[in-house]
Design a protein around this ligand. Structure first.
Ligand code: ATR
Length: 282
């Protein structure tokens, strides 16, 4: 490392599971950039102090992951429209003595869906989002940006789905509806796309208990969980011949503007990158 080596990283707690270092270091090597990208484990109570220290140490910026995305929103001096809509920040850039907060999750998911399903797959159609946390919020914004006519938010705790729908309705063009998991059959009726934005199905969590019988066979199924890459939901969707999109696509695409912001080069999402990340996951 030299003085001009460009520094960036990802802050989370814990952080050892993060694939972001493998991802950014793949691009750094590919582009021959004199830069490093580090995993930084920071406890919640130390977040703002750590961010200030990284800025002073000359970092260009950092990605932000669980559990710091709301705290990153709060300490940003300025925020982009996506961050404002999400109420959360996954990218901090240190520029001209100020902290710029952005959120690239929704656009990352939209880019992944476009690449896998085509740009007009959801236009004028009906999308279903499972979950009502931060990931579901990004998924709703994403489906809206793809031109969905209607988005049904289905959550185990229906009150949270209702709260999310009313918080987002003024920010999106799609008509939002909130339902509980008990209404799943009705919610699935006519759907063109199902996105799992719950944490169910993640490694060491129970799988999502949801029958796909009610889902039209021409609907696509996307899981934003990427560890494991083939979740039980995707496996069952594939067995029914649905088109499927795994969570690695969103991870790769949300990182593009981050890399651009840190290192000044626009990287590409390629089959080689996917293969490298699949290897890192395994
Ligand atoms: P994030 O911000 O990453 O989205 P979160 O805010 O903890 O995480 O939200 C997790 C989501 O997964 C919630 O919608 C949760 O449902 P509840 O609101 O009912 O808790 C959902 N979830 C987690 N485990 C689930 C399971 N086994 N079945 C169904 N939904 C589940």
């Amino acid at each position: 490392m030299r003085e001009k080596t460009k520094l960036a990283g990802v802050i989370g707690w814990p952080i050892s599971h993060s694939l972001s270092p493998a991802l950014h270091n793949f691009w750094l090597k590919q582009h021959g950039i004199d830069g490093v990208y580090l995993p930084v484990a920071i406890k919640p109570e130390e977040f703002s102090r750590a961010v200030a220290a990284l800025g002073e140490a000359g970092f260009a910026g950092v990605n932000v992951t669980v559990p710091h995305k709301e705290a990153a929103f709060a300490i940003s001096d300025l925020r982009d429209e996506r961050a404002e809509a999400a109420g959360a920040v996954n990218l901090l850039l240190f520029r001209n003595g100020r902290i710029e907060g952005r959120n690239t999750d929704a656009d990352g998911l939209a880019a992944s869906l476009k690449q896998s399903l085509g740009a007009d797959f959801l236009r004028g159609a009906l999308g279903v989002v499972l979950g009502a946390g931060g990931a579901a919020r990004a998924a709703v914004l994403s489906l809206d940006s793809l031109g969905a006519r209607e988005i049904r938010i289905v959550n185990r705790t229906p009150q949270k789905a209702a709260a999310l729908a009313s918080a987002l309705q003024a920010k999106v063009r799609a008509k939002l509806f909130a339902q509980g998991l008990g209404d799943w059959n009705q919610a699935a009726n006519g759907a063109r796309l199902l996105v799992n934005a719950t944490s169910a199905g993640m490694k060491n969590s129970p799988p999502l208990e949801l029958s796909l019988d009610a889902l039209p066979l021409d609907a696509a199924v996307c899981d934003i969980v990427y560890n494991p890459l083939e979740t039980d939901l995707l496996k069952r969707a594939r067995a029914r011949a649905h088109r499927t999109v795994d969570g690695l696509g969103m991870l790769m695409h949300q990182a593009v503007p981050a890399f651009e912001g840190f290192y000044g080069v626009t990287p590409r999402v390629t089959a080689e990158l996917r293969a490298a990340l699949e290897k890192a996951l395994a």
